[in-house]
Design a protein around this ligand. Structure first.
Ligand code: SAH
Ligand code: SF4
Ligand code: F3S
Length: 466
């Protein structure tokens, strides 16, 4: 695996200095607006984008209308994510016409697809910068280029780089996202991620630990380790350290009290991982284990490399080791060729496992993936009906699972004011359940004891106890 050389990093530092001087000379300090679509990996990329912008002397604003620089960090996983970006980009045309010095950049997964990058280049002439996931670290250079030459593009397909040493400007939250690997090797037949994120590359144990220590020193109590499939962490490293071993290392960092991770592919969840999770109090008892579908026939067509029985075995083992574990999953409804019988198998796996929560999606055709060429049999209407029935069914299960929390005392990490009701604070239990309760905003970042007094389908209500 190739790493970014020091020379390249130094080169970008040079551009950061250059942009800083430009921005310092401006009459008012320039403001950036960064909008993120997609998953936690993208959110972390945006934190790095914001870090570079901060180093370049940018301030930040909450409204795109006030910005001198707008960056959309995009997601390609489903069509509706892309349509939203196109819609929002279209709306920026007027803003750019009124404010010609405004710089608009589009980056992330969506523009790694050649046809999309071309479309933006040709049809969205008000976009000044387009850069893919592999070119994120070149933002300072591209920004300088866009300012000098009008437009800058870097959407290449090489996937060797891991960018270390970039400032991260984290979102306001006591939880720090730490990527441990990039890319994916699994090629599930519906999924665009391996095409837009490239092959798996693991960060070294030292780089991960260095970042964990840094956030601990800044006062973060919780870390979320990120990767498309964290279970294959280290497979590409010569020291051969497993994800379970990495977790144990992270547990030794003083100040970090909670460790979460996302996502685990069921095909390579190991006994070692289950054991390490069970015996370390710092590792949250929460597991997101995407099953996608309950039918073996469809799982095979999806190239998921496990059967329903093998998946259920893993769930059994996990629950045996950690009876209180909070289990969540992802489901795709309407994969090409899925029949109503296949769908009933998904319903029955939901019944059997009783997840705390599911993230469900209607299959979205992604250009260039094998599933895009597969024949479909259910109509869009049938798929929607199945989807709605599944959501209603799962809501009952989620509510029932939450009911078991009534009267319990839970340790909650306070994340800040609740977004839906600012009279309440919001935080998460060890298992990742959202709890809202009355308290002072100054408690943000603390772990408090909360007694659960009321149950909702997706969250819990409680009161702080001493
Ligand atoms: N690496 C993670 C998932 C990343 S994408 C994993 O394997 O678990 C997040 C979720 O989006 C997937 O789990 C899947 O349920 C859903 N997804 C991916 N491609 C999709 C598509 N083409 N249509 C609908 N849902 C999709
Ligand atoms: Fe996509 Fe499958 Fe990789 Fe997850 S494991 S990112 S679903 S290809
Ligand atoms: Fe979307 Fe890219 Fe994440 S496609 S789900 S933002 S890896």
């Amino acid at each position: 695996m190739e790493k970014l050389t020091n020379i390249e990093i130094e080169k970008q530092r040079g551009y950061i200095q250059k942009m800083r001087l430009v921005n310092e000379r401006a009459t008012s300090s320039p403001k950036a607006f960064v909008e993120t679509y997609g998953c936690a990996q993208n959110e972390n990329d945006s934190e790095r984008i914001s870090g570079m912008l901060f180093d370049m002397g940018y301030g930040f604003c909450e409204d795109a209308k006030d910005a001198d620089l707008i960056i959309y960090n995009t997601c390609a996983v489903r069509e509706n994510a892309e349509l939203r970006v196109f819609g929002n980009l279209g709306a920026l045309k007027h803003l750019k016409a009124k404010k010609p010095e405004l710089i608009i950049g589009v980056c992330g997964c969506m523009v790694q697809q050649e046809h999309i990058a071309e479309q933006i280049k040709k049809k969205y002439k008000h976009v000044d910068m387009v850069f893919g996931t592999h070119a994120l670290w070149r933002l300072p250079e591209l920004l300088a280029e866009a300012m000098e030459n009008g437009r800058a593009f870097d959407v290449h397909t090489s996937d060797g780089e891991i960018f270390e040493g970039i400032t991260t400007k984290r979102e306001k939250s006591p939880l720090a996202k730490i990527p441990i690997m990039y890319g994916c090797n699994n090629f599930c037949t519906y999924c665009i991620v391996p095409y837009v994120r490239g092959r798996e590359r693991s960060r070294t144990v030292d780089s991960v630990l260095k970042e964990v220590r840094e956030v601990a020193a800044l006062g973060y109590k919780e870390v979320m380790l990120l990767g498309q499939n964290v279970n294959s962490y280290g497979n590409d490293l010569s020291d051969g350290i497993s994800f379970a071993k990495l977790l144990e290392e992270v547990c030794t960092v003083d100040g970090i009290e909670r460790i979460r991770f996302m996502t685990s592919h069921p095909k390579d969840i190991s006994d070692e991982l289950i054991c390490v999770m069970a015996r370390n109090d710092k590792i949250c008892k929460q597991l997101h284990l995407p099953v996608q579908c309950g039918s073996d026939r469809i799982l095979k067509k999806m190239n998921r490399s496990y059967t329903r029985d093998k998946y259920l075995d893993i769930v059994r083992k996990v629950r045996q080791a950690m009876p209180d574990i909070v289990l969540t999953t992802d489901i795709i409804v309407g994969f090409p060729g899925e029949t109503n019988e296949d769908f009933e198998e998904t319903m029955s796996i939901l019944r059997e496992v009783e997840y705390d929560m599911i993230f469900s999606f209607i299959y979205s055709k992604r250009k260039g993936t094998p599933a895009a060429e597969m024949e479909d049999c259910l109509s869009a209407e049938e798929k929607h009906q199945n989807f709605e029935r599944m959501v209603a069914f799962q809501n009952e299960i989620s509510k029932r699972k939450n009911d078991a929390y009534l009267g319990r005392c839970e340790k909650v990490l306070v994340e800040g004011l609740s977004k839906t009701n600012p009279k309440f604070l919001s935080g998460r239990t060890d298992g990742g359940k959202i709890v809202n309760f009355r308290g002072e905003e100054g408690m943000t970042g603390e772990i408090v004891n909360v007694r659960i007094t009321e149950i909702k389908t997706w969250s819990l209500i409680g009161e702080i106890i001493d």
